[in-house]
Design a binder for this molecule. Structure first.
Ligand code: OAD
Length: 235
């Protein structure tokens, strides 16, 4: 293990937050075993049945209030703080656990459950309570357009230009707790690899994209991530 890396990009997914008590999507008993994506996570679903979609995300939001970062989130925040080079964390997770652990250089590419997006004026505002179909936007005053600030299937994830710029310059790419099913995130390993980065998967089990990684470490995030970060920081 070398610690000569200058620019690290980290991609995280639901497996990172599993040991904080948040459900993953595609594991047995995961969220997509109880709901259909096309019923709750597309713009068409929101147009067809906004109550059902808001309800689904209201449940996710209430689950995010008291949840605490685990040892893996904390290790990644420590890596950012102590690594002499740059560290960018890109998360597919809509929960607030990276920031609660202290990570600063963070992109929520699939949005944030603790924010609302007004479909009328585009304002993004912090939201603690349930969203309802008749809620008025605090900026433009229009009602009927308040939705969770999350990226749905068929929508463009956030800050892709910044992410691809970082991938094109990184020398270490870590993919943590993601099954590698959802693009564009699932394609980041190929981008980083093409830029010459060393690519490492840390996941409970081999992901869909396992063959694209130079190295894989399989185990629970709270065990493998702190150990890997300690090695990187040469503790
Ligand atoms: P998935 O549920 O698809 O995958 C979670 C991965 O985490 C699986 O490969 C598990 O094996 C692994 N895992 C589970 N528990 C773990 C643990 N304790 N430690 C380490 N790994 C563990 O979740 P994502 O890959 O994040 O998007 O899903 C990607 C996107 O699909 C989500 O952002 C969401 C979803 O649909 C949208 O809704 C747009």
């Amino acid at each position: 293990m070398t610690n000569n890396y200058e620019r690290i990009v980290i991609l995280t997914g639901a497996g990172l937050s599993a040991e904080s008590g948040l459900s993953t999507f595609r594991d047995k008993d995961g969220i997509w075993s109880k709901y259909r994506i096309e019923d709750v996570a597309t713009p068409e679903a929101f147009a067809r049945n906004p109550e059902m979609v808001l309800d689904f995300y209201n449940t996710r939001r209430s689950g995010a209030h008291d949840v605490r970062p685990n040892a893996a989130h904390e290790a990644l925040a420590r890596l950012e703080a102590e690594h002499p080079g740059s560290v960018m964390t890109v998360t597919q997770n809509i929960d607030p656990l990276h920031e609660r652990a202290g990570t600063m250089n963070l992109i929520h590419m699939h949005g944030e459950i603790l924010k609302a997006l007004c479909a009328h004026c585009g304002a993004r505002t912090a939201v603690e309570e349930n969203l309802t179909v008749d809620l008025a936007c605090s900026r433009c005053g229009n009602s009927g357009g308040m939705r969770p600030d999350v990226v749905w299937f068929g929508e463009m994830p956030y800050q892709m230009e910044r992410i691809y710029a970082a991938l094109g310059k990184c020398d270490l790419f870590l993919s943590i707790g993601t099954s590698g099913n959802v693009y564009p995130a699932a394609g980041f390993v190929a981008e980083a690899g093409a830029a010459g980065a060393h690519t490492v998967e840390l996941n409970l089990e081999p992901s869909e994209g396992i063959s694209m990684f130079d190295e894989a470490i399989h185990g629970k995030a709270t065990e493998v991530v702190p150990a890997y970060v300690d090695k990187l920081l040469k503790r």
